[in-house]
Design a protein around this ligand. Structure first.
Ligand code: ZN
Ligand code: ZN
Length: 214
């Protein structure tokens, strides 16, 4: 709850301090240019929000609900704690509203966002070939859910895999597939859908978090 209040307060303050000339210039850009920029900026927000959800222990307790899924399929996209949804949406949408992008461009981003969320969790074997360096494929996000040690706290991007290459958090071994998914101490089926308990991700007990040691 404190996190939500902080996000809303920061959003209001930053929004008021944003030059209106910049907002008008962005709103005046052609629709397709806005959509491209919205995807690039929105996914940068997703990347860092997601990385923080993994790196901060209290945030991980919330995000671990999503990682508790042990058999990955498209429904895993909605297996999230409500606070996880709020944080991820705030991290991606807040910069877009503050910068003044049109509602049409942001609406398009929403559609692409949800299509992508279901696609990357689906039980399909798509790796996108050379485009895997640019776009997040199902293979790329499946590795994010892997419980194998080398894959933990990797591949944070939602759409633009280049961000993980850029920020040194990519894990995409050629010709291999993740063997196991999930976290080390899964919650009981009934409670783990909505409420976090003390979960560990294996490496967390060894203090090897992405923002600390990786
Ligand atoms: Zn994650
Ligand atoms: Zn996921």
């Amino acid at each position: 709850m404190v996190g939500v209040i902080v996000i809303v307060t920061v959003a209001i303050l930053v929004n008021q301090s944003m030059p209106s000339a910049l907002k008008q210039a962005i709103a005046g850009l052609p629709y397709l240019v806005q959509v491209v920029l919205v995807i690039l900026i929105g996914d940068l927000g997703v990347y860092w929000t997601h990385r923080i959800l993994h790196a901060v222990p209290a945030m991980w307790q919330i995000h671990a609900v999503h990682h508790a899924v042990e058999e990955l399929d498209w429904l895993a996209a909605v297996h999230q704690h409500p606070l996880d949804v709020i944080f991820m949406k705030a991290g991606s949408l807040f910069p877009l509203f503050v910068l003044g992008f049109s509602t049409e461009a942001i609406g398009t981003y929403f559609l692409v966002y949800y299509w992508q969320a279901y696609l990357v969790h689906a039980n399909v074997r798509l790796n996108y070939g050379p485009l895997r360096y640019l776009m997040v494929s199902p293979e790329f996000h499946h590795w994010h859910h892997s419980s194998e040690k080398e894959a933990r706290d990797k591949n944070f991007a939602g759409m633009i895999s280049f961000y993980d290459w850029l920020f040194g958090s990519v894990y995409l071994p050629k010709g291999q597939r993740p063997k196991t998914f999930g976290v080390d101490n899964p919650m009981p089926q009934v409670t783990r859908l909505f409420w976090p308990t003390r979960l560990s991700h294996g490496h967390r007990s060894t203090n090897a978090m992405p923002s600390r040691a990786r």
